[in-house]
Ligand binder design. Structure first.
Ligand code: C2E
Ligand code: CA
Length: 428
């Protein structure tokens, strides 16, 4: 049975042929190559579906023509293709990967010339079966190649990756997490914890940072570093951030209604928001809905967001300022330390990363850097905050250096809302 558009095998027929080839594998090696076309949607959107279809047909011809090692080929769906080829004996697995990579580059050049302005890229994952790994059935072999393809798609340059077993764990976890997120949101498994911030001069509570926690039904916690990288890739961080923002607004509004003490709370902003900028609209709606004073909300953008896309980051800072919120530069010093950015960005607060306080006893050189950054911030009229304060000595030094706000385990870990309410009442 054939795929009408491309004339290649239908996927079911491909699996049947591959299964038979695997049964007669002997000492041979078979490479399953799973390829998809990155930015294919651009062709459909810009040139129309007919052109998109013609490109798929053309690609099908390219992968099959003059290929004496080809065993079978199919279009799995849309722009996803799979081929099975015999690996020539004089090729190592790595040499085979390089050959596919070279072909992908060749096709990219050809197609980019034909379809101007397209950034088409061919991403391939390869799973090679030999007599030692013959325990795979055809479907598993294809799914392994597909896993490798997903890894390839993440990479900037080397868009062709060989499958290896270690990929399974990471990707299985990623799929597990990303497919469960909508349910986790609906079932309120995400909780907002608050970590107090203290004014150095008086050691009084001056604010807090909202940090997300994911508590599974069995009571176990999944920490942000374990799931945020995955949901940033899938884009779902936007929904989780919005959930945290809404919870925080709701909490502040409730305290205000009850006439209780409130402090400004800062919210983390993922880099993913820069792609859509819908965040400004969402925050505006929250201010309208909960009617809380805008100076009770701050936003933390990591230093790397400013570096990745300064123009977009500036637009975002500007938009947040227009809504009346303050903006900080988070994790300052954890990456490139963009000292020159500091003077160009209209930020209100700089958060020195906890790496500055990595030792209990501060080294003289660390002290020099910390006090220089604090001095510089002061001259630029930017408030300085140091995170990761764990000891009295560190806290004392920060006071000496003129750092205005401190945050860290020495004062409190991030705590659930009820505990934070007690903390606020005690610090009234
Ligand atoms: P971050 O924004 O740099 O947050 C500070 C992290 O340092 C938090 O880890 C906090 O618990 C931890 N921390 C605070 N004080 C100390 C200390 O004294 N010593 C040490 N060793 N660590 C301290 P957490 O809560 O696990 O969050 C990790 C990262 O996940 C955050 O780094 C932030 O980038 C991200 N994140 C957390 N919640 C959210 C959220 O709601 N939205 C987004 N977009 N990102 C979030
Ligand atoms: Ca932060």
């Amino acid at each position: 049975m054939k795929d009408i558009l491309t004339g290649l095998d239908r996927y079911e027929a491909f699996l049947d042929t591959l299964e038979k080839e695997l049964e007669n594998l002997g000492n041979k090696r078979i490479a399953i190559t799973y390829t998809d076309i990155k930015h294919f949607k651009y062709i459909n959107d810009t040139y129309g579906y007919q052109t998109g279809d013609a490109l798929l047909k053309d690609f099908a011809t390219q992968i099959t023509k003059n290929n004496k090692n080809m065993l079978c080929a199919a279009r799995v769906y849309s722009d996803n293709f799979v081929t099975a080829n015999r690996v020539p004996d004089d090729y190592t697995n790595e040499a085979y990967r390089e050959k596919i990579l070279e072909l992908n580059h060749k096709w990219e050049t050809k197609f980019r010339e034909e379809y101007l302005n397209s950034r088409l890229q061919f991403c391939s994952g390869i799973s090679i079966i030999d007599k030692d790994s013959r325990n795979f059935d055809a479907e598993t072999a294809v799914s392994n190649a597909n896993l490798a393809r997903k890894v390839a798609k993440e990479m900037e340059s080397d868009s062709c990756v060989l499958f290896d077993r270690s990929m399974m764990e990471g990707i299985k976890r990623e799929v597990e997490i990303t497919s469960y997120i909508p349910k986790a949101i609906a079932k309120h498994e995400f909780k907002v914890y608050y970590q107090p911030k203290m004014e150095t001069e008086t050691l009084h509570l001056i604010g807090a940072e909202a940090l997300v926690r994911w508590q599974k039904p069995d009571g176990k916690f999944v920490y942000p570093d374990e799931f945020i990288p995955y949901i940033e890739r899938s884009g779902q961080i936007v929904d989780v951030d919005y959930y945290v923002y809404r919870e925080t607004f709701r909490f502040i509004a409730e305290r205000l209604r009850e006439g209780k003490k409130v402090v400004p709370i800062s919210l983390n902003v993922s880099r993913v928001h820069l792609n859509k900028m819908h965040i400004l609209e969402y925050v505006k709606e929250l201010f309208e809905e909960y009617k809380i004073p805008s100076d009770l909300i701050e936003f933390e953008l990591t230093e790397s967001i400013y570096l990745d896309n300064t123009k977009k980051a500036l637009e975002l800072v500007d938009g947040l300022h227009k809504l009346g919120a303050k903006v900080s530069m988070d994790d300052f010093g954890s990456g490139y330390s963009s000292l020159n950015l500091l003077s160009r960005l209209p930020i209100d607060i700089i958060k020195l990363d906890k790496v500055f306080l990595k030792d209990d006893n501060l080294q003289e050189s660390d002290k020099i850097i910390i006090s220089c950054v604090i001095d510089m911030a002061k001259r630029l009229q930017i408030t300085s905050l140091c995170e990761g304060v764990e000891t009295l000595e560190q806290s004392d030094y920060l006071k000496e250096a003129g750092c205005q706000i401190q945050q860290g385990y020495y004062f409190s870990k991030p705590i659930p809302q009820e505990e934070f309410e007690k903390f606020m009442d005690e610090n009234d």
